[in-house]
Write a protein that binds this ligand. Sequence first.
Ligand SMILES: Nc1nc2c(ncn2[C@@H]2O[C@H](COP(=O)(O)OP(=O)(O)OP(=O)(O)O)[C@@H](O)[C@H]2O)c(=O)[nH]1
Ligand SMILES: [Mg+2]
Length: 378
Amino acid sequence: MHIDTDKMAQQCIDAISDKIKKLNTLNIIVVGKSGVGKSTLINSLFRGNFAETGLGRPVTSEIRKKVKKGYPLAIYDTPGFELSSGQQSKVKEEILEIISKGAGSKDVNDAIHCIWYCINVGANRTFDESEIAWLKEFTARNKTTQVPIIVVLTQAIPKKKAAEMKSLVEKENLDIAKVVPVLAQDMDFDEEYIARAYGLDHLIDVMTEVLPNELQHTLQNIQKANLESKKKASQAVIAAAVAGAFGEGFAPLPFADAALLVPTQISMIAGITVIFGLDISKSFLTSFVSSTIGAAGATVLGRSIVSGLLKLIPGVGTVAGGLISGTTAGLITTALGEAYIKIMEMIYKGEISKEDLYSDDGQKTMTRLFKEGLKKKR
Ligand SMILES: Nc1nc2c(ncn2[C@@H]2O[C@H](COP(=O)(O)OP(=O)(O)OP(=O)(O)O)[C@@H](O)[C@H]2O)c(=O)[nH]1
Ligand SMILES: [Mg+2]
């Protein structure tokens, strides 16, 4: 039996597009005065220049909704927020109306999942008390709906000023999730002084904390600011795949039936791809499959490859009676998943180009990563 790498790659592609289709849509309301940096924040946090997708559709007189086809995010923007106190309170009522509309639905896609209240730090600005007043009233009304509110301090430079503003807001003991200072993009002051962007990764961590499970993969798919968070979510995909398929009670399998394991691995690979949010081609997947589990040209877990691979796993040695245990299948799957994460990471960081992946060197790298994973003591 030969492993059909082409077929397996196609199954991965199908599983990826299926998972992408099934991603729930993340709905965020972004509040903040004009020019504070809302659009810059969105574009720096999420892939694909999301904020440039036009003005959006007006949903109320003050609020516009931005969506992009095939992209699991909706941003409710509040342009012109600072006009007058009458207008501010109108925005407040309209947000509450949108929230309560969604809260009545059973579908998670209809709910508002998070509010970012953006305040510009800026070196020469003074703190605007009316914003605290707005937040006080808003959080009181949000008691029953409990939509998490994150106060984002935008253009948070100088850091000292940002820290002062942070404690000013925290002192109010508002019912909010967190105050997060962010500099979304590097800021040039002159030739000599450039303030480096910071805080976006922290904002992703806070989002991870406040969002429900159904939206974790969506967040990872669209965010481009926190690699560690993607890796952590990917590790969880591996752990779930292994526990689900090869956990307790898994009876040892004869090699001939080992192809049964393949769907678990395909779904794992697809899950990790979705978390990284990268455009992955079928030829890349063919290359990955053939240089890892397919390296020996056998069935995925067929006899020859299994005996070859098992020699690498510490403490396993050879297989008795032509059977493969759940633990062993789990180890192979874990090594495969971890090698895939490393490759995704290299692509994400731009350390490896698409051409490199198909070269002999690229394939050798993939084989090496997989084998190292098998040899690792766990
Ligand atoms: N360097 C730097 N510039 C920023 C940052 N955030 C905002 N800006 C600049 O501030 C200006 C306003 O930013 P926007 O992101 O358009 O602000 P906005 O809140 O979307 O404004 P409205 O859409 O008018 O409500 C732009 O010139 C941005 O380039 C940042 O983190 N770093
Ligand atoms: Mg804007």
